[in-house]
Design a protein around this ligand. Structure first.
Ligand code: MEV
Length: 424
């Protein structure tokens, strides 16, 4: 059984961390090699055009995650400090309340066909809906392997765009269950196949045939309950931290300028796992922000409230079109090892881990912002790294680091004073 609770992991040297990971995870030494060796040029050559090199990013392990009662070691690829530490720390607090409890919709993607030059758009929309099952069967007859795996076309929907700069037109949506794939290729292929049929039915001309990245039928949800006493630290009581987080959420909920930054914090966690698993983070970003604006006003993706016992409850629901088969996930050996490390067997399971990391990362940012401010957290992390670099170990790391932070705070205050004096 994998454990994600490894105390003092950050105190270890790089080699010690790798040994520890081999010890606590179920990955074989061979499966761990891609984490150290990364992508090879021969593979990268076949991934993109005009390839001249490999661009690397740090891979850290998110610790303490418990998702639906199961321990998960989370691979996170990110260039920004404090993200892995923040998510790991919040996962530890969430663990005390039972960890993250998740759920997902079916993995249904939406393919769009834009149908132009129709005489009577309403009439054409009716015709498409009347022959819905014929269209569904037609799509499914072409992708029998997906149908065998339990996926395939589920529905056809129509939307009439009444007035646009080119007048009215019809949009046909193909609802396509892609199971464990991200699904872009399958959906785009199915849309292209469907186009001549739609033209014959409507008498129109199909223009665009492409998936939508607003995958609002492919959602994942994660929820955590943080016992209020777990939130206390330094001179901040648990209640003060909890209320501070809820007040910070109220800001994001009601103001789009703040919501963008709040959601960026969520995406710090989300993207790091999406990238580690070779998934398309631009697709995830596009879907997340479009979903955040679905009411017509851009707002927070997460919610924070207190329950009847005074505990802090966080929820994050968002589109999560990720796959564990195909694409870069299949060809990038690091991505394969990343998926294996999390021990997920479906795309939905992966999606739920990712949303949990987003929620943990959101809480890390809100907790810091609502208490000591974000810069102090960054300073503490940096100070710990410096303490380790000069040879501190065990409890001495924290002692050296906290003294360094205190000195740094004094210096910042002095610098502010000098600036104020110079500005007169
Ligand atoms: C920085 O990468 C992310 C934060 O700005 C998120 C937030 O403000 O909630 C700290």
């Amino acid at each position: 059984m994998t454990t994600s609770r490894i105390s003092g992991f950050y105190n270890l040297t790089l080699d010690q961390r790798r040994l520890k990971l081999a010890e606590v995870s179920h990955l074989t030494p061979v499966e761990l090699i891609p984490f150290t060796e990364g992508l090879q040029a021969e593979t990268a050559m076949h991934m993109v055009e005009n390839m001249v090199g490999i661009y690397s990013l740090p891979l850290g392990i998110g610790l303490n995650f418990m998702v639906n009662g199961r321990d998960v070691l989370v691979p996170m690829v990110i260039e920004e400090p404090s993200v892995v530490a923040g998510a790991s720390f919040m996962a530890k607090l969430a663990r005390a309340g039972g960890g993250f409890i998740t759920s997902s919709t079916q993995p249904e993607m939406i393919g769009q066909l834009q149908v132009l030059d129709i005489k009577n758009v309403q009439e054409a929309a009716k015709k498409v809906l009347e022959r819905k099952s014929e269209l569904i069967d037609y799509v499914n007859s072409a992708d029998s392997s997906l149908v065998k795996r339990g996926g395939g076309a589920r529905d056809i929907e129509v939307r009439v765009i009444e007035s646009s700069i080119i007048g009215s037109f019809l949009v046909v949506h193909l609802i396509y269950d892609v199971r464990d794939a991200m699904g872009a290729n399958a959906v785009n292929t199915a849309c292209e196949r469907l186009a001549p049929k739609i033209e014959a039915m409507t008498g129109g001309r199909v223009h665009l045939r492409i998936l939508s990245n607003l995958t609002d039928r492919r959602l994942s949800l994660s929820r955590c309950v943080i016992p209020v006493n777990e939130l206390a630290f330094d001179h901040f009581s648990g209640e003060k931290v909890r209320d501070g987080i809820i007040e910070a959420y109220a800001f994001a909920e009601s103001d789009s300028y703040r919501a963008a930054t709040h959601n960026k914090g969520i995406m710090n966690g989300v993207d790091s796992v999406v990238i580690a698993t070779g998934n398309d983070w631009r697709a995830i970003e596009a879907g997340a922000h479009a979903y955040a604006a679905r009411s017509g006003r851009y707002t927070s993706l997460s919610t924070w409230e207190k329950d009847g016992d005074g505990n802090l409850v966080g929820t994050l629901e968002m589109p999560m079109a990720v796959g564990i088969v195909g694409g870069a996930t299949k060809v990038h050996p690091g991505a394969q090892s990343a998926v294996k490390l999390m021990n997920v067997s479906t795309a939905s399971e992966l999606a739920e881990v990712i949303v949990s990391v987003g929620l943990a990362q959101n809480m890390a940012a809100l907790r810091a912002l609502a208490t000591e401010g974000i810069q102090r957290g960054h300073m503490s992390l940096h100070a710990r790294q410096v303490a380790i670099a000069v040879g501190a170990s065990g409890e001495l790391i924290e002692q050296v680091a906290s003294q360094m932070v205190m000195e740094q705070v004094v210096r910042i205050e002095r610098a502010q004073e000098i600036l104020r004096n110079l500005e007169g």
